[in-house]
Design a protein around this ligand. Structure first.
Ligand code: DGP
Length: 114
């Protein structure tokens, strides 16, 4: 837990979020500004600043994170129709929250430019 991290505070329940799945040290909740009909953020509960800090997760957590992303997409009913998974790191990618998170987006045909 990092006190000044927004997503750590969501993990701790200090800030409300529309949680869709929790388990195995992972949390999934709806993005506050969705860019698709389904737009869920998947985060490790343990704080790492971005994918560039993924060394801060052990190999089990990394594997669980990938499986969790796929499970969330299936739970959201977009496995058949398709979905996109992205993560932003650093200024050129416009990362705005500095806790590793995966955008899981679907529910419509997504723009090529997203
Ligand atoms: P990024 O730009 O990749 O760092 O994405 C951060 C995302 O986090 C962005 O799509 C909006 C979302 N977000 C920011 N603040 C909150 C919040 O308080 N609650 C939720 N659910 N999502 C948030």
């Amino acid at each position: 837990m990092t006190d000044d991290c927004l997503f750590c505070r969501i993990v701790a329940g200090e800030i409300p979020a529309d949680v869709v799945r929790r388990g195995d040290g992972m949390l999934a909740f709806r993005d506050i500004a969705p860019k698709a009909p389904v737009h869920v953020l998947v985060i490790p509960e343990r704080h790492v600043h971005s994918i560039a800090g993924v060394d801060g997760l052990d190999s089990d957590e990394r594997a669980q994170m990938l499986a969790f992303i796929a499970d969330v997409a299936a739970q959201e009913g977009i496995e058949e129709s398709g979905y996109r998974v992205t993560t932003n790191h650093g200024p050129d990618a416009l990362q705005s929250v500095f806790h590793l998170h995966w955008h899981v987006m679907g529910g419509t045909t997504l723009s090529e430019s997203m």
